[in-house]
Design a binder for this molecule. Structure first.
Ligand code: ADP
Ligand code: MG
Length: 242
């Protein structure tokens, strides 16, 4: 069974139909890049996948959870699905270590000692072992985003979603965040990521999905998709360098 299964999902905000019958299947360990113009529905799709948005019809299953708005099922779903946004929203009054330990402690009742070990482990994974006792304000944007990724990893998710996590960063800071994501991908994490980083999509994602006007317009193995886009819309998008 795929890690993520999306079948004919329709989503509207009022009269505006934003997802017009989206279907996608992601196998365990696969990395899928979502690309497309602003407003094409990429973020909405990610938000539907972890139940942050309700959808009107279709079906989504993630890591064995049926996604709907039932609070109990949503809680179970969110233990298995991590999401990282462009804005990292770390708590400024908590240290890096405390930020990371918070969710496992509160939502999973992980004992203190275990949460501490887990936090150290995920912080090492993002290359920030020395920042455990630092406060977010004393870190660069790239470091803060890496902490946000570590915070998500501390929940030991089965699927990770990333929505333009480097878009707010200065260009010299995006590389370190992309490296962390690449390492995660190579470690076998199932990932769906919205990105403007075309090289990252081409080189790291197994599959790239091009969204246009609320539909999956074109998808395929990343290298093939970029080398030979089939539709004029994707050709134009690739040519414009996103
Ligand atoms: P993308 O991430 O590809 O830029 P979005 O999924 O954010 O696209 O948005 C798709 C469309 O849905 C856009 O037209 C956007 O204005 C609209 N939209 C997104 N969120 C909302 C909302 N909460 N209420 C109303 N319209 C929204
Ligand atoms: Mg978006």
């Amino acid at each position: 069974m795929p890690a993520v299964l999306i079948e004919d999902v329709h989503k509207s905000y009022g009269k505006l139909e934003v997802l017009k019958g989206v279907s996608l299947s992601v196998e365990t360990g696969q990395v899928v890049a979502l690309i497309g113009r602003s407003g094409s529905g990429k973020s909405t799709m990610l938000r539907c996948i972890n139940g942050l948005e309700a959808f009107q019809s279709g079906r989504i299953e993630v890591a064995g959870h049926v996604v709907d708005q039932d609070p109990k099922r949503l809680r179970a779903l969110r233990k298995d699905v991590g999401i990282v946004f462009q804005s990292y929203n770390l708590f400024p009054h908590l240290t890096v270590g405390q930020n990371i330990m918070l969710s496992p402690r509160i939502t999973k009742n992980v004992p203190q000692a275990e949460a501490l070990a887990l936090a150290k482990d995920v912080l090492a994974q993002v290359g920030l072992s020395d920042k455990f006792d630092s406060y977010p304000d004393n870190l660069s944007g790239g470091q803060q985003q890496r902490v946000a990724i570590a915070r998500s990893l501390a929940m030991q998710p089965k699927v990770m979603l990333f929505d333009e996590v480097t878009s707010a960063l200065d260009p010299e800071l995006t590389g370190e965040v992309l490296l962390v994501m690449e390492k995660l991908a190579k470690g076998g994490m199932t990932m769906i990521l919205v990105t403007h980083e075309m090289n990252f999509a081409r080189n790291v994602a197994n599959t790239t999905v091009f969204m246009h006007q609320g539909k999956i317009w074109e998808q395929g193995p990343s290298r093939e998709l970029f080398a030979a886009p089939q539709t004029p819309e994707l050709q134009g998008f690739v040519k414009a360098g996103a």
